[in-house]
Design a protein around this ligand. Structure first.
Ligand code: FAD
Length: 648
């Protein structure tokens, strides 16, 4: 596939390219590059200089001549602009003529891309025809132009004036694969494309207005409750924002124990639903009632109408509450989308992404990039799938679970939970966005959200003004305090993983108050966060537990704080380091006192690291090898004395 680049290069110092281009120039000067390295590159170059200095326009000239040596071709004559006489004398006409030159290069490249595509097109599909069987319009082929601008530098001071920069990575982005575009060998390979999934649904939109429908579909198992408090637990400059919510469950009489969780229903973003409706050309039918039937003669075995799509729900309602429109489209969905894509280059790319040969691209640009249907529709404008395809492939919008961070002994009629607002930074494939539920909740409670230590909103607002949410208890069968309170426990919960342990500790605090004669086992908590002063969740409450003896040991580490004045070498960074430091106590609680170990929080890294540390602790303590340590740990799990409540 061919590429076009426009270079604008200034000159600095003694005829050098600007600082921002140094790395790039070094890279292209590499003598080991083959003479045809840039044979597929068409470019235009505008060199900026000043005839009052030696080596006029040398920055641009250097790049220009090296690109030529490496096989790149001009699609437009190089301009040499002179600041001595006025840059605009050359720059203005050069830019004016650029657009025509670009148009010409695009159409000639489209023709040669077409020829390339024709030659390499040996898949089971015919790429020369669009979905309606018409010949592909060659001018439809999209050729990417990346206008790369080198910063103009102050030639006297040799300093960049603007922050625009280019380096070889930028150039390789232009020529490298992306969601929309592949590079050889994939772009030139025959593809092993999966079979087209059989369609099996027929969707009709009845023109009955269902406007105003706002409740979730399986509302029967959910309870609508008020959010009586919302507190931001982290400082504004913390890396993650943690929010604690208090739900008023008194009217619904919902019972729970510390260690249980609650499912929360959350809608898709209104803006995304709107864009999807517009993109599918269904905006005017959003309030129409949806009828879903099985297609007669479908070859799909055991086809069923998905239970999560209600009959007669409005289209807007179904897209808002029933379908996970943010999920990364599976390969089968991508395959099916390709068949509703008119433009043959776009269709080819979708087929690549779902093919066996394009697995690495699918993983990088779809799965790992958290790309959703809307991102694909934005990237492939000629793709126009029917509604039935969305209903066949989009999964059910699942509720999100949150662990109770309270005990009803301490907060009758209330349940608290705490969450981090998940953030997905902007990527080439999609704009920045927040997690579906956590981002929605953060916006939903913004009117009552307060920083720690200020007056709760419920004392200012009437209950009717409080935001509401649909919840359903999600009891845990095992993650509870031991039935015998004399059994010691070790709790490991960094970040929001501390949530259920706040519930455990509130419960134990009340039990100790109510029964001062009873024997209570030790409670150890290993907590960790980034900074002591920014994201130490529940700090005051935890210190109170430690102070009044509910917690026997509160062991905390801060992964991003500078070492203190004492400059402790090898200071513990993560919870597992503190577990190692207290290996003797941990081993004794688990192996001698028949105590329990609870781990809650991040499943990806923390839980595994803690498990590895536990194996080491047990191996060292019992002087056994790793295999035997694993057997001992498996035994603890079986006895329900090593319990995990982990999520990713
Ligand atoms: P989504 O839009 O669903 O996105 C989450 C997805 O993004 C996941 O696939 C994840 O792998 C990925 N992801 C997460 N963070 C990032 C990131 N920074 N960058 C890129 N990708 C990321 N969560 C809590 O905060 N507190 C709790 O107490 C809690 N308890 C739970 C209890 C149970 C039993 C379970 C199963 C889960 C619990 N969770 C808890 C997790 C919670 O249910 C949600 O998964 C989480 O809040 C994210 O939801 P979301 O809709 O905002 O994110």
């Amino acid at each position: 596939r061919h590429g076009s680049i426009v270079f604008v290069v200034s000159t600095t110092g003694d005829g050098d390219p600007p600082d921002t281009a140094q790395k790039f120039v070094r890279k292209i000067k590499n003598k080991s590059l083959p003479h045809n390295h840039f044979f597929h590159l068409h470019y235009a170059l505008l060199a900026l200089g000043d005839t009052n200095y030696a080596n006029f326009c040398n920055g641009g000239k250097t790049i220009d001549s090296r690109l030529q040596q490496l096989g790149a071709k001009h699609f437009y004559a190089t301009g040499h602009a002179d600041d001595g006489t006025g840059l605009e004398v050359v720059v203005d006409p050069w830019i004016e003529g650029l657009w025509d030159a670009l148009k010409k290069t695009f159409s000639s490249m489209a023709t040669s891309d077409q020829q390339d595509t024709d030659l390499s097109d040996c898949t089971q599909d015919n790429f020369h025809k669009n979905a309606s069987g018409q010949e592909k319009n060659k001018s439809d082929l999209e050729v990417d132009l990346h206008l790369l601008k080198l910063s103009e530098t102050d030639s006297q001071k040799g300093k960049a004036i603007t922050s625009d920069s280019i380096d070889v990575e930028t150039l390789s982005t232009v020529l490298a694969a992306s969601l929309k575009q592949s590079v050889p060998p994939l772009s030139e390979s025959a593809l092993n494309v999966p079979a087209l999934p059989a369609s099996y649904l027929e969707v009709c939109l009845e023109q009955v207005s269902t406007e105003g429908e706002t409740v979730p579909s399986d509302k029967d198992s959910y309870h609508e409750v008020s959010i009586s408090k919302a507190v931001q637990l982290t400082q504004d400059d913390a890396v993650k924002t943690a929010i604690s919510l208090e739900l008023d469950i008194s009217e619904q009489n919902l019972a729970y124990q510390p260690g249980d969780a609650f499912d929360i229903l959350c809608p898709n973003r209104a803006s995304e639903v709107k864009e999807l409706l517009l993109r599918l050309d269904l905006q005017t039918q959003k309030n129409g009632a949806v009828q879903v039937n099985l297609l007669k003669n479908s070859s799909k075995k055991a086809a069923k109408i998905p239970l999560h799509i209600p009959q007669n729900g409005s289209l807007q309602f179904i897209l808002t509450w029933c379908l996970e429109i943010r999920s990364a489209p599976k390969k089968a969905f991508v395959r099916a989308l390709a068949d509703f894509t008119q433009n043959s280059s776009e269709k080819r790319r979708l087929l690549e992404l779902c093919s066996k040969d394009g697995s690495a691209d699918y993983n990088s640009f779809v799965r790992d990039a958290n790309v959703c249907l809307l991102d694909l529709l934005r990237a492939f404008p000629s793709c126009l799938p029917p509604l039935s395809l969305l209903f066949e492939h989009l999964p059910k919008l699942q509720p999100r679970a949150y662990s109770a961070a309270s005990s009803s002994l301490q907060h009758p009629g209330k349940v608290n939970f705490v969450f981090n607002v998940v953030e997905f930074p902007a990527r080439p494939e999609h704009p920045a966005r927040t997690g579906l539920c956590t981002g929605w909740l953060a916006g939903h409670v913004s009117s009552i959200l307060r920083p720690l230590g200020t007056v709760p909103a419920s004392e200012r607002l009437g209950t009717s003004a409080l935001p509401k949410v649909h919840v359903r208890p999600r009891p845990s069968s095992t993650f509870h305090l031991p039935a015998d309170p004399s059994v010691p426990v070790v709790m490991v919960g960094p970040g929001t993983g501390v949530a259920p342990f706040i519930g455990f500790l509130q419960q134990r605090e009340k039990e100790r108050e109510a029964n001062q004669e009873a024997t209570f086992g030790e409670m150890w908590l290993f907590f960790g966060c980034r900074h002591k002063d920014k994201d130490f969740l529940f700090r005051e409450e935890l210190e109170r537990f430690a102070h009044n003896g509910t917690l026997s040991n509160l062991i905390v580490c801060f992964s991003r704080d500078e070492p203190d004045a004492a400059g402790t070498v090898n200071r513990p960074t993560y919870v597992q380091h503190n577990l190692s430091l207290h290996a003797k106590n941990v081993a004794s609680i688990l192996l001698k006192d028949k105590g329990s170990l609870y781990v809650c929080g991040d499943a990806k890294n923390m839980a595994k690291d803690v498990n590895d540390t536990l194996l080491e602790i047990i191996g060292n303590e019992l002087q056994i090898d790793k295999l035997d340590a694993m057997k001992t740990v498996a035994g603890l799990r079986e006895e329900k004395r090593y319990l995990q409540d982990i999520w990713s």
